[in-house]
Design a protein around this ligand. Structure first.
Ligand code: PRX
Length: 664
């Protein structure tokens, strides 16, 4: 490192605030600081600004109907279609421009560009194929697909015909697919033969078929996209109800399907996410509010303009990919990138290679990836010209100031604002983050809430806490992108998100407060630092996993009597899964058992939930009332000083467990 570099690093390390770069502010979509005051004064009508980004068949009558909280309705009686908004309306001006740039993993394979015209054509053809297969309006179509263009095509085709989709992350297991199809009563599946990861073809259809075996109702139709190249196939035969994607669209060549008029509040999609119980929750998002939110935040926060080449490295199987690879960017008529693979294959400069080649203008990624980039070293980004980048973003978990500054310096060359965006599957889109053309940045803090949002940090009684104190994050007014309910489970919707701080007997919307189950603190300037989940949900590499789901997978393994799962700190992943396991008599806590437990978790959920450590113990530390002391288990995983153990029924067990963790 030269003296100049060292000086720069020292300056950055000490600096706690960063003004938005002037060059960025000059051209930003939003740069007027008055927006905050204006939105507050004009709430809820301020959200007309989001609705105006969309094309409507019929204008809405009311911005917000809050007569039956927490079942809010936005843009009531408006009629529109999401596929029309993401495709048709751009054809005149941007038909020949790229809508999707797709980069496959094998470097010797050709990348694929879909212009708006081409994407529109294939979405129409696939929509016609779905109709032909019998998919009707409001039938839930499940998609179990990796990062291939057929995934957004299938999503948009569903939106076109008014069939909600439920996308299941391709890295989830067969069991996870079956659970989600059963829960959503979904009779249709779109999947693929396989895909590439770190140089190997993966047999995805085998997993999909295994999942289909677990579906309890009749499955009417399955579509299989062929992603693998010649010679990499697994010799699959398609069953009677399975159709090759390529054949279906070929049969429908040139077909046009009129987009159905959907009501503003009609369901656009379901997305399953983890909660405190063992059963994933089907988060329901609607047509107008969700799309307006995805589009408005894409414009105001990601600063997307039609001529951009915007790159989000998330997977479409998660909400980030839904809102900020597919819907937000396409609603704005820009070029959105999709890439298959991992950031370290074939080399650790994969992302930088793509940014350079496509002259990407924004990059939106996760802190876990940034921490890995940091560990690999600045030499990898330095090999490439990244000067096309104008804005950087992060999402999914808190970003530590060191990683933030590394990103700002080595990727953004101190010329790109970094937006640290806090939000959730349930919120539909971004909620807390500074508008990059307006607000200064404070590394480690997500920033102030977006204009028009009422976010407060409260104590257990719901009273606002003082600046600097830790408390609970709450959102005290509704917003257009919010989830409307949990699929077929209004009761759980209220229990999970509202019961904590609301007067659930009241019909006054002021008495209803949304609780995202995160801890946070706020500073004197209204900047919020999110501290992490306060429920039994882990955040592993930005992926949300329920401890109960993992525990029930472990208890399902032969010989396991009881299990407790907690998150331990991890340098790259943020959190890692630590499993404390009690075996039944006659079973050994050996390598074989450990292997079976890991396999059990991978089968039930997927490799993302794989335990970092499995710790066998004859007992779990429990309070006198029989509750497992999870906090203690976390402290043990992190090799931290333990708090008071005298309230335990079995304090002697603690030392045993500690020794095991340390020796592993
Ligand atoms: O704990 C928060 C964390 O991720 C949770 C939401 O996870 P999920 O629904 O999977 O959505 C992830 C992508 C939006 C939140 O409850 N989280 C998300 N973004 C941040 C964050 N924590 C801190 N800072 C963030 N920027």
């Amino acid at each position: 490192m030269s003296d100049g570099d060292a000086e720069l690093e020292a300056r950055l390390a000490a600096q706690e605030e960063f003004e938005p770069p002037a060059g960025f502010v000059e051209q930003a979509n939003v740069s007027d600081p008055d927006i905050y005051g204006q939105f507050e004064e004009n709430w809820p009508n301020c959200w007309r600004a989001a609705a105006e980004l969309l094309d409507w068949y019929e204008e809405y009558e009311q911005v917000l109907d809050d007569s039956n909280p927490p079942f809010y309705k936005w843009f009531t009686d408006g009629k529109l279609n999401v596929s029309d908004n993401c495709l048709d309306r751009h054809l005149d001006e941007r038909g020949d421009e790229a809508a999707i740039e797709w980069v496959g993993e094998p470097v010797d394979e050709d990348n694929v560009t879909y212009t708006y015209e081409e994407l529109h054509r294939e979405v129409n053809e696939f929509a016609a194929a779905l109709l032909d297969m019998g998919v009707g309006e409001d039938d839930v179509v499940t998609m179990y697909m990796p990062m291939i263009p057929q995934l957004p095509i299938a999503m948009l085709a569903c939106a076109r015909i008014g069939a909600p989709h439920s996308v299941v992350f391709a890295g989830f297991s067969a069991d996870a697919l079956a659970t989600r199809m059963n829960s959503a009563d979904s009779e249709y599946l779109v999947t693929c033969d396989g895909y590439y990861r770190r140089g190997d073809p993966l047999d995805h259809l085998a997993k999909a078929n295994e999942g289909l075996d677990g579906v309890e109702h009749d499955v009417e139709g399955v579509v299989v996209a062929e992603r693998l190249m010649d010679g990499d196939g697994f010799g699959h035969d398609l069953a009677d109800n399975q159709h090759a994607y390529a054949d279906l669209v070929a049969d429908q060549a040139g077909a046009e399907v009129d987009p159905v008029e959907r009501d503003a509040e009609d369901m656009l999609f379901l997305m399953y996410t983890s909660g405190t119980t063992g059963k994933p929750k089907g988060v329901k998002h609607t047509t107008a509010g969700y799309l307006a939110w995805a589009a408005w935040t894409s414009q105001a926060v990601l600063d997307i303009k039609p001529e951009d080449t915007y790159f989000c490295s998330a997977d479409i199987g998660w909400i980030t990919g839904h809102s900020y690879i597919v819907y937000g960017p396409l609603a704005l008529g820009t070029t959105t990138m999709m890439y298959e693979g991992t950031p370290d294959y074939p080399e650790r400069d994969r992302l930088w290679e793509i940014v350079e080649e496509y002259e990407a203008t924004q990059l939106y990624t996760a802190p876990t990836a940034i921490r890995a980039f940091m560990k690999w070293g600045a030499e990898f980004p330095e090999r490439h010209d990244l000067s096309s980048l104008r804005l950087l973003g992060t999402v999914g978990e808190p970003i530590n100031p060191r990683a933030w500054k590394w990103y700002y310096q080595h990727i953004g060359d101190e010329e790109c604002p970094v937006v640290d965006t806090w939000w959730q599957t349930e919120t539909g889109g971004m909620m807390i983050t500074g508008l990059p053309g307006v607000k200064k940045m404070k590394p480690g803090s997500a920033g102030p809430p977006l204009p028009g949002l009422d976010v407060r940090i409260v104590d257990t009684k719901g009273e606002e806490v003082k600046a600097g104190r830790a408390g609970y994050l709450t959102v005290q007014k509704p917003w257009p992108g919010m989830l409307r309910t949990l699929y077929k489970n209004d009761e759980r919707f209220i229990q999970e998100y509202w019961a904590e701080y609301s007067d659930t007997d009241s019909s006054d919307p002021d008495d209803w407060i949304y609780f995202p189950e995160d801890g946070a603190k706020i500073d004197d300037e209204g900047y919020i630092t999110v501290l992490g989940r306060v429920d039994d949900v882990l955040n592993v590499s930005g992926h949300r996993l329920g401890t109960m789901e993992i525990e029930s997978a472990i208890v399902g393994v032969d010989g396991v009597a009881e299990a407790a799962v907690v998150g331990g700190d991890h340098e790259i992943k943020g959190e890692a899964v630590y499993a404390y396991v009690i075996l039944e008599d006659g079973y050994e806590g050996d390598e074989e058992m450990r292997g079976r437990i890991v396999e059990g978790v991978e089968d039930a959920i997927g490799p993302i939930a794989r335990p970092e450590q499995v710790i066998f113990t004859p007992e779990l530390p429990k309070t006198r009332s029989g509750k497992i002391m999870r906090r203690l288990l976390e402290q043990i995983a992190n090799e931290e000083e333990l708090g008071d153990t005298t309230t335990l029924r079995n304090p002697e067990i603690v030392e045993d467990i500690q020794q095991q963790v340390q020796s592993d």
